[in-house]
Design a protein around this ligand. Structure first.
Ligand SMILES: Cc1cc2nc3c(=O)[nH]c(=O)nc-3n(C[C@H](O)[C@H](O)[C@H](O)COP(=O)(O)OP(=O)(O)OC[C@H]3O[C@@H](n4cnc5c(N)ncnc54)[C@H](O)[C@@H]3O)c2cc1C
Length: 557
């Protein structure tokens, strides 16, 4: 590990040390590399994990990964699914049970035309990590395995870390920033003295990746009984299906076997499904915990190191990857000297409330799905499935539910990076909200890089898109050019005749925003697709003040 000298006059081994090469650490390394910063990434494990663990990637995660070219690789490796089959209890007739009809619910339908990814992508965590590792390897970024973080101390300029590996003396690594992506038992979190408050649940779950005969393929199957739900997910690889079911309270602990899994499935489905060829059988318990802070000085936490919760809604890995993307572009700008370190304060401001709300939502869903109160048991055993199926016929209910699960509804409205300019716009996505159009905010890096390269600037792609909406004649050419010249290392300026009408609109018209046809409007859309700044009118001074206010540094005149 050769030291390299950077601006402050201190010798550093890396601008950023990432501890942990799970999905969060890998996504962060990729994000930093995209923005011109090569991080050092270490993991205590000698090899990548092979278990499937997280099984689904949400639409919003694919959107934020699309910018650095990962989404298409993930989609082609995975299994997109849009339909849920809700199975109720059978009826008892003449002493025997008959299967109840299954209710099909379309997870994503025509109401969600504003995303390029209108589905839930089933891909094992091992598969997701493989795509990330391959992309890093092809960019020349390797993972240093067999290194465990065991110590850290920080000062005004950087962090000194101790890394240990078996059979060799501990080594010291000096870094400007340390990001702990080292999972639920994070050493980074312990060493930085950050608390992890929450609780452990008593319920135990059986998880099995295996083959199943008798299931309609390509669907998520949900069976409900008084005891709780049983899920069969169309995983695809390394096995066709993922089974997840709560073990009966008080049942004996011991090795999980195929027979145990089959007995659980038979209890719910009455002999209609036959399991075989398991590739992973395990039992696990659940905790719900949140780090007291996501940053202490130059040390940051992301992913499971910062938050853990029940797998309800498949949010865990997705939330971690989105932490990584949120932190990555900001950290890269600071390391490159293109922004003030104050910008990093927005990471916790934006991501901690998201994690808190994921914990609250998954805790609620978990309690409703597994609570043993007689009322809950009665509901699950009886009306829950037909009532849920009826409710989900409503487009509004589906839209609300799936915005939540797909994480498309995440917003940073209260962030210091979300600013409404003057004169204000009264329609369309607000600052901190996701910019809706599938094409916008998701252009592949190559085209963006070319745009920046044309102006001879920036080691990384621009992190903002300045959208000047309305007729080109409304935008004073000299002022636009001057603005562009000052900020070309950070943004592209794009003239677009249209701007979005509503938060979820896919067919925007500028007249709908301003209520006056031909009135100009402007949007600064961040790298991760959220609106940073918006205003009516063609005066660019407000946008310039916004950029300076968040700590972005213009090119010298
Ligand atoms: C059985 C099971 C089922 C799950 N199912 C789902 C699901 O369906 N959906 C979902 O979204 N999530 C699910 N999860 C959760 C999901 O796996 C996690 O949210 C995800 O792995 C978090 O990624 P991460 O990169 O933050 O942490 P991890 O994946 O935990 O990665 C942490 C990495 O840090 C390394 N490390 C740890 N300590 C050190 C150290 N001191 N020094 C160096 N390296 C270190 C570890 O070796 C590891 O590689 C499941 C988890 C389990 C265990």
């Amino acid at each position: 590990m050769a030291g390299n000298r950077i601006g402050t006059g201190t010798t550093f081994d890396a601008d950023v040390l990432i501890v942990g090469a799970g999905p969060t650490g890998l996504a962060l390394a990729r994000e930093l590399h995209t923005h011109g910063v090569t991080a050092m990434i270490v993991d205590r494990a000698a090899d990548a994990a092979h278990e499937s663990r997280a099984l689904a990637i949400q639409a919003r995660t694919l959107e934020v990964l699309a910018r650095n070219g990962l989404a298409d690789d993930l989609v082609s490796a995975g299994n997109p699914t849009g339909t849920l089959l809700l199975h109720g209890r059978g009826r008892r007739r003449r002493g025997s049970l008959s299967a109840a009809p299954a209710h099909a619910v379309s997870l994503f339908d025509e109401a969600f035309g504003d995303t390029r990814f209108p589905f839930l992508l089933f891909l094992s965590q091992a598969g997701t990590e493989r795509v990330l590792v391959d992309r890093l390897a092809s960019a020349g970024v390797g993972i240093r395995r067999g290194l465990t973080l065991t110590g850290l101390s920080q000062d005004d300029d950087g962090v000194t870390c101790t890394l240990e590996s078996p059979g060799v003396p501990p080594r010291t690594v000096r870094t400007r920033y340390l990001v702990g992506c080292d999972g639920a038992h994070s050493a980074t979190r312990h060493l930085a003295g950050i608390g992890f408050s929450g609780r452990a649940f008593p319920q135990r779950f059986l998880l099995a990746d295996l083959e199943a005969d008798g299931l309609e393929p390509g669907r998520v199957h949900v069976y409900l009984s008084g005891a709780g739900p049983l899920f069969l997910f169309p995983l695809g690889s390394p096995a066709g299906w993922r089974l997840l079911v709560m073990l009966p309270p008080g049942s004996r602990t011991g090795p999980v076997t195929l027979a145990l899994a089959q007995a659980a499935v038979t209890r719910y489905t009455r002999d209609t499904i036959v399991l075989h060829h398991p590739v992973w059988l395990t039992e696990f318990t659940i905790s719900s915990r949140l780090a007291d802070t996501f940053a202490r000085g130059r040390v940051f936490l992301a992913g499971d190191a910062a938050h853990i919760h029940s797998p309800a809604g498949a949010q865990g890995m997705n939330t971690g990857i989105q932490d990584a993307v949120n932190l990555g572009w900001k950290l890269a700008l600071v390391c490159r000297g293109a922004a003030d370190p104050a910008l990093l304060g927005s990471y916790e401001q934006e991501r901690l409330p998201v994690a808190r709300s994921v914990l609250a939502g998954t805790n609620r869903a978990f309690t409703v799905a597994t609570g043993q109160h007689p009322v809950l048991r009665g509901l699950r055993a009886g009306p829950a499935v037909p009532v849920a199926a009826l409710l989900l016929r409503s487009r509004t209910a589906r839209r609300t539910g799936f915005r939540l699960i797909s994480e498309l509804g995440i917003h940073y409205r209260r962030s210091s990076l979300s600013v409404d300019g003057v004169p204000s716009l009264d329609r369309g996505p607000r600052p901190g909200e996701r910019f809706p159009q599938p094409g916008m905010g998701a252009a592949p890096v190559s085209s963006v890089r070319t745009a920046a390269a044309d102006h001879g600037a920036a080691p990384g792609p621009p992190v903002f898109r300045m959208l000047l909406c309305g007729p080109a004649t409304e935008w004073p050419d000299a002022r636009v050019r001057e603005f562009q010249a000052r900020w070309v290392h950070l943004l592209t300026v794009e003239l677009t005749p249209s701007a979005p009408r509503s938060r979820w609109s896919a067919a925007p018209r500028v007249a709908d925003i301003s209520r006056r046809r031909s009135a100009p409007a402007q949007y600064l859309v961040r790298w991760d697709g959220y609106v940073g700044y918006r205003a009516a009118g063609a005066d660019l001074d407000g946008a310039e003040a916004y950029l300076l206010g968040i700590g972005a540094r213009p090119l010298p005149p």
